[in-house]
Design a protein around this ligand. Structure first.
Ligand code: AP5
Ligand code: MG
Ligand code: ZN
Length: 291
């Protein structure tokens, strides 16, 4: 079994991991595996693991490494993870990172990319205090930054939204402290292995999404070079020598003689379909030119 696309989404509580993960997992074509969501699922179904994890989660402490590592390694063995996974919230300690590397090495692969969402601390607290979640599909909403279409209901599956018990102020403070103590060393660990890509998470949700996509591929011209497309590389090759697929669905080949560009080039003359994928709520610009 080869895990080709093992991509990590790292960041503090409230950095936006869950918000971005659903989209990224979709464009990579791999399952979104979130350790927090899996643990909450275990709690709901009352398994031994769920019961063991409860007190730690309620305090905002980390669940012991041995339990979480076994849970994730077991999840990686599911057939839907054959092509890879997008890991959200794991690894969170150095021991977890080493266990993951070891497991991937035994499968003949390694982490393709560790995407790190950087967000200043005061903003995290603000985001979590007003977050609402869907119990059905785990989609996240925010009172100001990501409102659902119908108040209190999930846009995706219609379930009634709830607030997480560990989003209370005093628990959030502990979660952030635990993050600084135990998880920052993980960021350092991936910096050393050069798979780390820092992304400014303190921007509009769709701007963060665009940067993350570019971290996994880049920007290319269309065949007739009129517009720029965002593409996701199939493997971790650098732009200039990549194959992949644009968000609007076209294949990109290394030998296609295309020009590679930047996010600002895309912002100036974007492919509308690619931009719509990144930002579906944005209305297409009104064409004011007189024919
Ligand atoms: P977990 O569920 O992983 O929580 P977390 O890491 O604390 O992160 P969150 O889910 O709170 O934040 P997020 O980054 O996903 O942000 P979101 O996208 O929702 O873990 C929970 C607990 O489980 C842990 O405390 C621990 O006990 C245990 N656990 C889990 N994994 C473990 C592990 N590996 N080892 C040991 N224990 C483990 O966004 C937050 C809000 O901001 C939303 O309202 C969203 O709409 C809004 N928002 C997002 N992006 C933006 C933006 N760009 N601008 C404005 N608002 C935004
Ligand atoms: Mg989350
Ligand atoms: Zn839902």
């Amino acid at each position: 079994m080869a895990h080709r696309d093992v991509v990590l989404l790292l960041g503090a509580p409230g950095a936006g991991k869950g918000t971005q993960a659903r989209f990224l997992a979709g464009v990579l074509g791999v399952p979104h595996v979130a350790s927090g969501d899996l643990l909450r699922e275990h709690r709901r179904s009352g398994t031994y693991l769920g019961q063991a994890a409860q007190a730690y989660m309620d305090r905002g402490d980390l669940v012991p490494d041995a339990l979480v590592i076994d849970m994730i390694i077991e999840r990686l063995d599911h057939p839907d993870a054959d092509r890879g996974v997008l890991l959200d919230g794991f690894p969170r300690t150095r021991a977890q990172a080493e266990a993951l590397d070891e497991r991937l090495l035994s499968l003949g692969t390694r982490v393709r990319s560790a995407l790190y969402l950087e967000v200043p601390q005061p903003i995290l607290v603000d985001r979590l205090a007003d977050r609402w979640m869907c119990p059905g599909c785990q989609a996240t909403y925010h009172v100001r930054f990501a409102r659902p279409d119908v108040e209190g209901k999930c846009d995706v599956c219609g379930e009634t939204l709830f607030q997480r018990a560990d989003d209370r102020r005093e628990v959030v403070d502990n979660r952030v402290a635990v993050y600084l103590r135990d998880t920052l060393p993980v960021i350092e660990y991936y910096t050393r292995s050069t798979t780390l890509q820092r992304v400014d998470g303190d921007q509009e949700i769709y701007a963060v999404r665009a940067e993350l996509c570019i971290g996994l591929g880049g920007v290319v011209t269309g065949r007739r070079r009129a517009r720029w497309h965002v593409f996701i590389a199939h493997t971790a090759t650098a732009p200039g020598g990549a194959t992949g697929r644009t968000l609007c669905g076209k294949l990109v080949h290394t030998n296609s003689n295309r020009q590679f560009g930047t996010l600002s080039a895309f912002a100036e003359t974007p492919c509308r379909a690619c931009r719509h994928k990144l930002h579906p709520h944005r209305k297409p610009p009104v064409d004011t030119t007189i024919a």
